[in-house]
Design a protein around this ligand. Structure first.
Ligand code: GDP
Length: 368
C-alpha cells in the first residue's frame, strides 16, 4: 500500500494528528483491516462520489479506498548525527512514498517548544537540514563508487562520468541545504537517482497545526501566513487544521459530529482534507465498481490502462483481461440506473489501451 510519513519536530502535534487519523480509520465500517503496527494506520479516503453512488444503489457494503499513514518520531536538531532517537527515524522515512510535515502554529505555554518558541518556517528548516545531511551521506557514498568507475574506459566509464556530474550537482545543492525536490531535476535525472531513495526527494505536504481558538481566523495568523508563503515558493500544498480538535471530533459519536463541526465553523473535518491532499500528492486516482453486493472505490496511479486497473482488484483480472464496460459516475447518478445509462448510449466498451479516468465506473470482462 502507498504510505505517507508524518514528520516534524517533537511537540508539534504529530501523534495527535496520527491518532485522529487512526481512529477515523478504525471506525470506518466494513473496512478490511490488515495488521497494523503501533505507528502505522490505515485511513479511508473520504469520497462524496462513492457516498452518492451508494445512496443510489444501496449495496450491502460500501468500501472506500484507503491510504496508510506512518507516525515518524525522533527528528530533532542533530538527528542525522545520532541525537535523540538518532538514525532510527531514517529507515521509517525511506519507506514512505510521501511526507506530511507537521508545523506547529499553535501557541501554548504548557507545551514546550524544543526550539524555544513558535516559528514554523524555522522548524521546517531544522527538519530539512537534518534530512539534507542524511542525503549528503547517501550521495557521497554513491559518488565515491561513481568516481572509481569513471576511471575505467568504455561505455561504463562514460556512464559513471555522467552519474558523477549529476551527483556533484546534487551534492552542491544539498551542501547549501537545498532539498533534492527543490533542485528541479528532469525525468531522466530523477530516474537515475531513484534507487538512492533520497529523503528530500519525496513529495511534501505541509500541515499547519493551529490552536482551536484560531479556527476560522487562520488568515489572521502570522504563522499560517508564513507557512503558506514558504510552501508557495516550493510549490507545495498546505492544509490548516487544529490537530487537538480533530482528535476530539473522532471521539464523538458519529451523529454528534456535524453539529460540532458547524459550531466550530467547519464544513468538514480537517482530516478529510489531509487524506484527499495526500492522495493527490501521490498522483493517485479513483475508479469505482458498483453492484448490489458492494460499491467500492479502487486506487490507481494516474495513467493506468484498463488491464492494470483491473489488476488492482485481482491479478487474474489483469492477466485474463478482455474488455471493460465503462460509464461515468455522474451519468449513473443523473440517469439513475445502469440500464438508463446504456439506453442513452453512455455505456462504453473499452479495450486494453483504454486509460482509466478518475471517477469511471468499471465492469471488467476477463478469462479465468
Ligand atoms: P508530537 O511530539 O509532535 O507527536 O506531538 P504530540 O501530538 O504528542 O503533541 C504534543 C503536545 O501538544 C500534547 O500535549 C498535545 O496535546 C499538544 N497539542 C497538539 N496539538 C495541539 C493544538 O492544536 N493545540 C494545543 N493547545 N495543544 C496541542
Amino acid at each position: 500500500a502507498l504510505s505517507i510519513g508524518i514528520v516534524g519536530l517533537p511537540n508539534v502535534g504529530k501523534s495527535t494528528l496520527f491518532n485522529a487519523l487512526s481512529s477515523a480509520g478504525a471506525q470506518a465500517a466494513n473496512y478490511p483491516f490488515c495488521t497494523i503496527e503501533p505507528n502505522v494506520g490505515v485511513v479511508p479516503v473520504p469520497d462524496e462520489r462513492l457516498d452518492k453512488l451508494s445512496a443510489l444503489i444501496k449495496p450491502l457494503k460500501k468500501i472506500p479506498t484507503s491510504l496508510e499513514f506512518v507516525d515518524i518520531a525522533g527528528l530533532v536538531r542533530g538527528a542525522s548525527k545520532g541525537e535523540g532517537l538518532g538514525n532510527q527515524f531514517l529507515a521509517n522515512i525511506r519507506q514512505v512514498d510521501a511526507v506530511l510535515h507537521v508545523l506547529r502554529c499553535f501557541e501554548d505555554d504548557n507545551v514546550t517548544h524544543v526550539e524555544g518558541g513558535v516559528n514554523p518556517v524555522r522548524d521546517r528548516d531544522v527538519v530539512d537540514i537534518e534530512l539534507c545531511l542524511k542525503d549528503l551521506e547517501t550521495v557521497e557514498k554513491r559518488r565515491e563508487r561513481a568516481q572509481r568507475n569513471a576511471k575505467t574506459g568504455g561505455k561504463a566509464g562514460d556512464e559513471a562520468k555522467a552519474e558523477l556530474a549529476l551527483l556533484d550537482r546534487i551534492k552542491a545543492g544539498l551542501d547549501a541545504s537545498i532539498t533534492v525536490r527543490a533542485q528541479k531535476l528532469n525525468e531522466d535525472e530523477r530516474a537515475a537517482i531513484r534507487e538512492l531513495f533520497l529523503l528530500t526527494d519525496k513529495p511534501v505536504l505541509y500541515v499547519a497545526n493551529i490552536g482551536e481558538s484560531q479556527i476560522g481566523k487562520e488568515d489572521d495568523s502570522v504563522h499560517v501566513k508564513a507557512v503558506r508563503e514558504m510552501a508557495a515558493k516550493e510549490g507545495a500544498g498546505v492544509v490548516v487544521l487544529a490537530a487537538a480538535m480533530e482528535a476530539e471530533i473522532q471521539q464523538l459519536p458519529e451523529e454528534e459530529r456535524p453539529g460540532f463541526l458547524e459550531s466550530a465553523g467547519l464544513t468538514e473535518p480537517g482530516l478529510h482534507k489531509v487524506v484527499r491532499a495526500g492522495y493527490k500528492l501521490l498522483g493517485l486516482q479513483t475508479y469505482f465498481t458498483v453492484g448490489e453486493q458492494e460499491c467500492r472505490a479502487w486506487t490507481i496511479h494516474t495513467g493506468f490502462k484498463a488491464p492494470q486497473a483491473a489488476g488492482v482488484i485481482h491479478s487474474d483480472f489483469e492477466r485474463g483481461f478482455i474488455k471493460a464496460e465503462v460509464m461515468r459516475w455522474e451519468d449513473l447518478i443523473k440517469l439513475g440506473s445502469e440500464s438508463a445509462v446504456k439506453e442513452k448510449g453512455l455505456l462504453r466498451v473499452e479495450g486494453k489501451e483504454y486509460v482509466v479516468q478518475d471517477g469511471d465506473c468499471m465492469h471488467f470482462r476477463f478469462n479465468v
